[in-house]
Write a protein that binds this ligand. Sequence first.
Ligand code: NAD
Length: 256
Amino acid sequence: MSQSFEDKIVLITGGAGGIGQAGAKEFLDRGASVVLVDLNEEALKQASENLGSDKVHTITGDVTDEESVKNYVEETVEKFDKIDVFFNNAGINGPFKNIKDLDKKEFDMIMNINTTGVFLGMKYVIRQMEQQGHGAIVNTASNAAYIGSAGMAGYIASKHAVAGLTKTAALEVAGDNIRVNAVAPAAIDTDMLSDIQNNLTPGEPEKSGEAIKQGIPFGRFGTPEEVAKVVAFLASDDAKFVTGSLYNVDGGMQAD
Ligand code: NAD
């Protein structure tokens, strides 16, 4: 049977996006209250409506801005007294250009959201989890944490960094009853993937979609719900001896 999250408080960044919302639904279904943080206020309203639960609280925030991060952590603790689970998930894929054509501004933007955002989130959430004496953090890395990919320097570098941050944080808090892990999804059917397809084959997303599927041993895209189940496992006591790990949710891509 799936572990219950009754009376647990789950904080999710990128909470209005595909994987964030699926995570919210999984934790809500298991009894938790969830706090969704996202830059996109409209999408947050829509997410809250989609989830249709009075156990959803939303905060408009920017994971790259230290004050905003402090604020989303403080607001969560003011309202709910604690943070049991932190799903540190906001991210973008960024412009698709080879390194020689990529502006520093573009590279910095991806690194700021995908890496600095994950760092800042952990910085303030770990302080809170140390005070309360427990917690579980799940960062969203990617298949991109292991591989190179032409035209995706910012995304690849940023997700390699998330893997490093995850392992380092896990060691720093190993004695504090806090676990830190990451999921490493690949080709999950969300707006981000549609964006990638549209960039690879403009106007013909199905074409690159088929090519991507051919590189996945399961021959299909993953669903946000399939990622959410692994996140909930990592956040639960079922994974109580698991820390510093990257869990692949990729239809076999890393095995190939
Ligand atoms: P998505 O675009 O549906 O969701 C991402 C969310 O992050 C959006 O709601 C966006 O508004 C939010 N966001 C962006 N910048 C932000 C900021 N500065 N502050 C706060 N929120 C911000 O994409 P998704 O597929 O749900 O992606 C979620 C995570 O999963 C990302 O970290 C992504 O890199 C990772 N991932 C996705 C895939 C995939 O195939 N979809 C594969 C591997 C990893």
